[in-house]
Design a protein around this ligand. Structure first.
Ligand code: NAD
Length: 243
């Protein structure tokens, strides 16, 4: 039977590209979206025109009950989950001393708790099947820290910690867990950056340009097929962070 994948936050940006990459491989994709039903339906329709069917499912993955219903939908329809891509995320750009408890809760719940919770919900099925692949979309800022994005950086460093620890715990069950840590990728998340900001950043990137959602999706495409990589944080950043 075809493999089954859940991609969170898949209506636009990197998640959308990952959903397409997996669908083109013949994987049954459940593309999760939070509010943007129009964008999710557009993705479904676009793939339908190419003869590929995907499911779209609304859930706020910062909430256990909604994440649970997403996993239940997948299990009811397909009976298994082979791949989980924790992509949903939000950024926050503020002076650290201006950050509030509400900011902390919103960013940590959306970026980090969602990954913890979604892993908890899918892992029992993966363990039963003795097979699984989890990819956490973290960030270069989790690796090196970003001024004015402290909570975001914490959330992404937390995701990388989750990746490393879970990879050890789940390796014996043949479940691989990895992070992809993108640099700056051209999506709505960076729409606050001016053309001049981008040009300045590109001067610092060894490959001389910011990335595209496809650059991340291609790596996910590789990760779901290969069999001997786990617990790794793969930086896709044009050489901006080399460690
Ligand atoms: P984006 O804002 O275009 O997409 C984020 C997606 O997550 C949206 O579809 C949004 O609706 C969804 N989402 C947000 N909160 C959600 C929730 N509670 N439940 C379900 N879905 C939710 O941004 P993007 O650049 O495509 O970001 C995708 C991931 O990549 C994020 O985790 C982000 O932190 C990470 N990332 C992006 C960059 C970048 O430069 N764009 C760099 C490093 C990491």
């Amino acid at each position: 039977m075809d493999r089954v994948a859940i991609v969170t936050g898949a209506s636009r940006g990197i998640g959308r590209e990952i959903a397409k990459e997996l669908a083109y491989k013949g994987i049954k994709v459940i593309a999760n979206y939070n509010k943007s039903i129009e964008e999710a339906e557009k993705l479904k329709k676009e793939l339908m025109q190419e003869g590929i069917e995907i499911d779209i499912f609304m859930a706020d993955v910062s909430k256990r009950e909604e994440g649970k219903s997403l996993v239940e939908f997948a299990l009811k329809k397909y009976g298994k989950i082979d791949i989980l891509i924790n992509n949903a995320g939000i950024s926050e750009y503020k002076l650290f001393t201006d950050e509030t408890d509400e900011d902390w809760n919103r960013v940590i719940n959306t970026n980090l708790y969602s990954a913890f919770m979604m892993c908890q919900e899918v892992i029992p099925n993966m363990v039963r099947n003795q097979s699984g692949c989890i990819v956490n979309i973290s960030s270069i800022w989790g690796q090196v820290g970003s001024s004015l994005e402290v909570i975001y950086s914490v959330s992404k460093a937390g995701m990388d910690g989750l990746t490393k620890a879970l990879a050890k715990e789940l390796g014996p069950s043949n479940i691989r867990v990895n992070s992809i840590a993108p640099g700056i990728i051209n999506t709505d998340m960076n729409k606050n950056l001016s053309k001049t900001d981008i040009e300045r950043i590109e001067e610092d990137i060894p490959l001389g340009k910011i990335g595209l959602p496809k650059d991340i999706a291609k790596c996910v495409g590789w990760m779901v097929d290969e069999k001997y990589t786990t617990g790794q944080i793969i930086g896709i950043n044009g050489g901006w962070c080399i460690n």
